[in-house]
Write a protein that binds this ligand. Structure first.
Ligand code: NI
Length: 169
């Protein structure tokens, strides 16, 4: 089931999400819905707070569903190590129509659980590292706008306020 994606301005996007404690069918339904919602958008990552669920769960597929084997579902993710840096253009399904250059680590090691509670650990670099860092940020109530210059952020926020006023957001 495709769920509505909350947009910038929604309070749910700016709060810290709670760790998942119950690895049940409801969690698996949520993960499946999030993947479906992400692919339909289309996007390469989605975090539970973006669909209004206050839990530490993210999905990422940097092929946006074009290639098999790229799907990542991580529950209670934790970045164990980060090294290097990369600059790149980043967008967010909750901030449609905008992008900005964001600094991220070049490589990360990340751990978490699958939806059955099994521990997962993986290494990621380049775009995958960027996408995972972006989604983990969502679980802490952080948007990429919080990681860019004041001037760029202010410019985007003013444009969004204009869209809100005209009913186009
Ligand atoms: Ni996002």
């Amino acid at each position: 089931m495709i769920r509505p994606i909350l947009k910038f301005g929604a309070a749910e996007l700016q709060r810290e999400s709670e760790p998942v404690e119950t690895f049940d069918g409801k969690l698996r339904d949520l993960a499946r819905d999030m993947l479906e919602t992400m692919y339909a958008a289309p996007g390469i990552g989605l975090a539970a707070p973006q669909v209004g669920v206050n839990l530490r769960l993210l999905v990422v597929d940097i092929s946006a569903g074009e290639e098999k084997g790229n799907q990542i579902i991580l529950v209670n993710p934790e970045i164990l190590e980060a090294e290097g840096e990369q600059k790149g253009e980043e967008g967010c399904l909750s901030i449609p129509g905008f992008t900005a250059m964001v600094d991220r680590p070049k490589r990360i090691r990340i751990a978490g659980r699958d939806t059955r509670g099994n521990r997962i650990e993986l290494e990621a670099e380049d775009l995958l590292a960027r996408a995972l860092c972006h989604e983990v940020d969502h679980l802490d109530g952080i948007l990429y706008l919080d990681r860019i210059s004041f001037f760029k952020r202010d410019l985007i926020k003013r444009k969004i306020r204009k869209l809100i006023r005209s009913g186009d957001w």
